[in-house]
Each structure stands twice: as C-alpha cells, then as structure tokens.
Design a protein around this ligand. Structure first.
Ligand code: C5P
Length: 283
C-alpha cells in the first residue's frame, strides 16, 4: 500500500466565542492544510501492529491506535491491520499533527477494507477522537465551528508560502484553554470577514488568534520566537492554534526558505511550507 500523507494545519484566524457546559469552548476558525506532513502506511495483517519512529509516541495511546480501535470495534472488518507512522510534524505544537494522523487513519482503513463509511460516521469517529480531527477529513481551506466538528470548505486561495517556527518546547492545548481569560472571548466577526474575503477569491491574510496572548504568557520562548519571525515576515505573523508554533506569511519560496534558515540559526525549529488544497491532500 502506498505511503499516505497526513498534513499539518495552520489557523489563519481563531476566535473563541465562549465556554461550554462540557468544559470545551465554542470557536470559529479558518484552517488551512500545509505541505509539512507525517507519513502513514497501512496494511492488512492477522494481528494488530503499530509502530512510530518517535519513541515517546510509539504507544497504544497514540491517536492513530485509538482511531484504528474505533474502526475495528464498530465495523468488524475481515482482518486486522499494521500501521506505521513516520513523524515530521512536531508534537504539542499547535499544528494538529496527532489529529491529522488520526483522520488519515480513519480514511485509510475505510479504503483498506472498502467499508465505504458514510461521511456522518467518519465525522462522528473523528469528533470523538479530538476537536481538530474532523477538519482533516476535509482539509484544504475551511471554516471550522462548534467544538471543531462543523467544517465548511472554502474555495482554494492562491498558493501561499509560510514559515512555521517554534521554540524547542511543546505547549498543552488544555493548559492554554484553561488559562484563557473571558476578555479574550469575541463574536467571531474578524474570522467571518476573513472567510468572506477567501470566498471572494482575495489573497490570503491573517485574522486574529484569541489564544495568542495566553499562550505567550505561559510560554515566553514562544513570544520571542514569534517576534523574530514577525520581523522577518514584515509584520505578517500569527500563532497557530494554541501554539507554541507561529506562522509567518512570505511572498515566495526563496524569502520563506531564507527566513527559516535564519530562525534555525537562532536555535528555533523552523521550516518553510506552502498551502495544500483539498485535492492535493487526498492525491
Ligand atoms: O479535543 P482535544 O482533546 O484535542 O482538546 C484538547 C483540550 O483543548 C481539551 O481538553 C480542552 O481543554 C481544550 N479545547 C477546548 N475547546 C475546544 C477544543 C479544545 O476547550 N473547542
């Protein structure tokens, strides 16, 4: 079976509308898949196997294993499966790596056993695995609402080049949401207006990220990294999700590559990527 790619996401905008009874938050975000991707290989086998090249993630708690368990338990396929995951997306980075791996696993197993699961069933499994997982069933550019389970695709904006940069530490999403003050809640207007602008085929820009200041207060290294990237990107930078990765928008591949190299020289993890459309993601 060919290697499949589980792409990272960035949040072009993210607003938190309010805290819910269940402890989660209602949000509105414009998400975008980018070329940085993990590699996933899925095959039929007699016994269940999972292997990941990163020792800390090579456990039965990996979302890939939990996604496979969902499919095995609910749809009783004729065999078991072997899953191999090669990580390129950093963990706890705000780039949705684990969520993307989980969504790719659901889609790969659906194909492997020709289950032809209806979209609602895939989305239900995805939402159960994590708030960001449903987005990755769609990918490309999309508006995401609710806890993350309502995904409305947007037309593909023109190809854009980005630099992703983070300090060499992770940041827990739950911690950032827990520390988020009420004053950071908003009505979603900036994010909706970005979505309208993408609908109108205008070039991509950043909206706002309600989690940014809270993430920076918990992780000062992320603020320093963000400021360094922002300077190189002429002010066009935003935190992705709950961080600590920041995203900078660049005019082309050359300037993005140069900025990423400079940031690596300063001790940050940094890569340059381009936007990936829905069609490319599933290719
Ligand atoms: O859904 P997931 O397990 O990825 O979420 C991680 C944590 O982020 C949750 O435990 C919750 O604290 C927070 N979260 C939230 N509202 C969302 C998504 C995540 O409060 N919409």
């Amino acid at each position: 079976m060919p290697v499949r790619h589980a792409h990272a996401k960035i949040n072009l905008s993210l607003e938190v509308l309010g805290r819910r009874e269940d402890g989660y938050h209602d949000l509105i975000s414009v998400m975008q898949t980018v070329s940085l991707a993990d590699e996933l290989c899925v095959e039929t086998s007699v016994d269940f196997n999972f292997h990941c090249n990163v020792a800390a993630l090579d456990t039965r708690h990996n979302l890939v294993v939990r996604a496979a368990e969902h499919v095995l338990a609910s749809h009783h396929p004729p065999t078991s499966c072997s899953l191999t995951l090669v990580k390129h997306i950093p963990d706890a980075a705000g780039l949705g790596g684990g969520s993307s791996d989980a969504a790719e696993t659901l889609m790969a197993l659906d194909q492997l056993w020709s289950l032809r699961l209806p979209d609602e069933s895939l989305v239900a499994h995805a939402a159960d695995l994590g708030s960001d997982v449903p987005f990755f069933l769609t990918g490309g550019t999309a508006v995401v609402e609710g806890r993350g389970e309502r995904v409305v695709p947007l037309p593909d904006p023109p190809l854009a080049w980005y630099v992703l940069a983070k300090p060499m530490v992770g940041l827990s999403t739950a911690r950032v949401f827990r520390a988020l003050p009420r004053e950071e809640h908003s009505r979603g207007d900036l994010t909706r207006s970005l979505a309208d602008s993408i609908q109108a085929h205008r070039p991509v820009a950043f909206g706002t990220n309600a989690l940014q200041e809270t993430a920076f207060s918990l992780c000062p290294e992320a603020r320093a990294c963000h400021n360094a990237l922002r300077e190189l990107a002429n002010g066009e930078a935003i935190l992705s999700g709950s961080g600590p990765t920041s995203v900078g928008l660049f005019g082309g591949r050359e300037s993005a590559a140069m900025a990423a190299e400079l940031l690596r020289g300063r001790g940050y993890w940094a890569v340059y990527v381009h936007s990936v459309t829905r069609g490319e993601q599933t290719a």
